[in-house]
Design a protein around this ligand. Structure first.
Ligand SMILES: *Cc1c(COP(=O)(O)O)cnc(C)c1O
Length: 428
């Protein structure tokens, strides 16, 4: 594809984009009385315009039915979470019984590690990416300590080669082989939140299994961003949140994947609650936990209906757009952003070091929609200037601006306008 750095070209791309109308399904924040250009869908997705009505439905049913709403609400609360099985299974490439909607990301990561991090005296190591998201770091560290191991010894971090920003798949696989029978678990992000690198979950899982370890993924930045096939890849487990690319609202309900080879194993150790019990005997309130079959067996509590109502509204939009279509647009949109950034860099090619470095892999198969830009100087000021110009990006210390052109609601024009403003800021 030959891109052109003009408003006209960007607008032409939007006209030709069959998904462009989905932009109108979302509320955009305002800056200086004008609709902002929003590139932070990787942090908090925009509000679907259908969210309020979905929420109101549940408020009305609560008013009208009170406790009877568990069975008589329009969407009965007793089995509310089952509505998400099919749409989520499509998003992660799983069987509906392999996914479940409940809890929050870090809570669920702990619950899954209770089942899938079962260290022994000799096989106790966890392999993760360097500096994972803080919450994941704390979860891994505390799990390791809980089992009586030293995090410095038990947690092995993958580091990029000298002079490189991201990990090479071959190096990840080699490390798994090297750790071999000391390795209990590979636990990394589907997409790294900082660099935007997407990992080869299929190969990682394959090699982890070869050495007798399990493979789990934190899909916070992969969900609704990548096309995945967790079932066929034999991934053991995964977890995600719904407020980033899934647009389900701040702190909204999360979800998990457990491969059916584990989900049907009632003997797997786990921390249990009544909602994870076989639904047929859930209300008998009897002694002796009998897990529900599949991922449902990891639930603890009854469903948070209000956040699920918004989640439902948000997932309906994904279902309509189709994750493959979204990914198709996403590859192009991010490539356009990459092209624009390179254009801004090129007049300075006579300068020794480029002003802007793209941390994220250039290979589209190794990234989602996000690009992470490092500015050789004044990055923080650039971020603030962009905000003044009505463009919301994300600043991460020490030196990165993260940009997520989201295919559901960002346009080629958004990307062009960003580039235009950035050029103006750098020239000033
Ligand atoms: C966003 C994010 C989290 C946030 O965890 P919560 O439990 O939802 O607060 C955790 N890990 C990663 C990798 C994330 O990107």
């Amino acid at each position: 594809m030959n891109f052109i750095n003009t408003l006209e070209f960007a607008q032409q791309q939007d006209k030709a984009d069959s998904l462009s109308a989905f932009r109108n399904r979302f509320f955009f924040p305002e800056l200086n009385g004008k609709e902002a250009i929003y590139f932070c869908g990787n942090s908090l997705g925009l509000q679907p315009k259908t969210a309020a009505a979905a929420l109101e439905q549940e408020l009305n049913d609560w008013a009208k039915f009170a406790v009877e709403g568990h069975f008589h609400a329009k969407n009965p609360w007793f089995s509310y979470e089952k509505m998400f099985d099919k749409p989520l299974a499509k998003l992660v490439g799983a069987k509906p019984s392999e996914v479940c909607t409940f809890g929050s990301l870090t809570n669920n990561l702990h619950l899954l590690m209770v089942s899938f991090y079962r260290p022994t005296a000799t096989r106790f190591k966890i392999l993760c990416e360097e500096k994972p998201f803080a919450s994941d770091q704390y979860a891994l560290e505390s799990q390791v300590k809980f089992h009586g191991f030293n995090p410095n010894e038990a947690i092995v971090e993958l580091k990029p080669r000298a002079g490189e920003y991201t990990l090479r798949t071959e190096d990840i696989l080699a490390k798994i082989e090297e750790l071999n029978d000391e390795l209990a678990l590979v636990m990394i992000g589907g997409v790294n939140y900082y660099t935007g690198q997407a990992f080869d979950m299929k190969s990682i899982t394959e090699v982890a299994h070869k050495v007798g370890a399990l493979a789990g993924f934190d899909l916070a930045h992969a969900m609704g961003n990548l096309v995945m096939n967790l079932h066929d890849w034999n991934v053991d487990f995964a977890c995600w949140c719904s407020y980033k690319y899934l647009n389900s609202g701040p702190g909204s309900v999360a979800g998990i994947f457990v491969h059916e080879s584990h989900g049907n194993n009632a003997n797997l150790p786990r921390f249990a609650g009544w909602w994870g019990n076989n639904p047929n005997t859930r209300f008998k309130m009897e002694k002796g936990f009998v897990p529900a079959v599949g991922a449902d067996g990891w639930q603890l509590s009854n469903a948070p209906i209000f956040s699920m109502a918004v989640h439902k509204a948000a997932l309906n939009i994904f279902d309509e757009a189709g994750i493959e279509n979204l990914r198709g647009k996403s590859e192009k949109l991010t490539a356009y952003l990459e092209f624009i950034v390179e254009q801004i860099n090129s007049p300075r090619s006579n300068v020794q070091s480029p002003k802007i470095t793209i941390l994220t892999p250039r290979d589209k198969d190794q990234r989602g929609c996000q690009l992470s830009l490092v500015f050789s100087e004044d990055g923080k000021q650039v971020h603030e200037q962009l905000l003044k110009a009505g463009i919301i990006t994300d600043w991460r210390n020490p030196d990165v601006i993260r940009l997520a052109p989201v295919p559901l609601y960002n346009s080629f024009e958004d990307v062009w306008r960003f580039g235009n403003e950035l050029q103006r800021i750098l020239n000033a």
